[in-house]
Design a protein around this ligand. Sequence first.
Ligand code: CP
Length: 315
Amino acid sequence: MIWQRKHLLDIESLTTEEIYTVLDTARAFKAVGERAIKKTPALRGKTVVNLFIEPSTRTRISFELAAMRLSADVINFTAEASSLKKGETLKDTARNLEALNADIIVMRHSASGAPHFLSRVVNSHIVNAGDGAHEHPTQALLDTFTIREKKGRIEGLNVTILGDILYSRVARSNIRALTKLGARVTLCGPSTLVPRVFEEMGCRVTYDVDEAIESADVINLLRIQHERQRKSMFPSIGEYTTLFGLNNTRFARTRPDALIMHPGPINRGVEINSEIADCGRSVILEQVTNGLAVRMAVLFLISGGVTSEAVISNQ
Ligand code: CP
């Protein structure tokens, strides 16, 4: 297919064909990353600005590396050291970045919809790197890429997402991507963090953790998003771990080939036992590796890259 989108704002608006185009393009970029010379000239002469107004390790660094691998110039904007601190608005900040010829702005913000707003007020390409509890599209793309790479398909798989669903942009983007690609998605966690309204997104909701994980092909664990919760959603972290944490007893009940995933950052000993996070079935660090290829694919496609064959021949 010919990629038409100027921005990547969410998974909700993507078609199944567009999701597969990103995954296929990422596969080509992953192959390029395994060569001796890992750079391609696809974005030579372009400028990518990482505008992160919320903390990030994986997403920011992999977008930075992705842009560098594509031969773009990269600027890392640090909110704490910027004129946002002096009262400059987000719109004025972005327009100033554009005045400095920012072709692509990769943005993380605590407010849901902030990247959508920016896409309406500047001419640069906008990539959503996580907006509040709304969406984190590249996380869902790298998660589906990882599942497809490991399992060979997405369609028909049982994927359980366990943890704080209510405040999770990762959950919302994953639910949208996985259901579009034909997976059966089960959500589990405390009832205060997994309201039944999520069933309207085409998922199953259960509060029985053993039942949720026993038949899962993939178990994706989410941390508690304390920074977004305005009140206490459960009695204590200890109680959460006892009732919903993936411990050795629960792990023993999972399928022997079930993948263990986590978008990071992990709270070891809370949502996942430390040994399980590092076990042979954990693909947590492979998710991070795949994030680089997926983010290269996204930057390449939105800036007018055509096919994955072009990726290879550019080398
Ligand atoms: N998964 C994820 O978004 O991690 P960071 O917050 O470190 O980018």
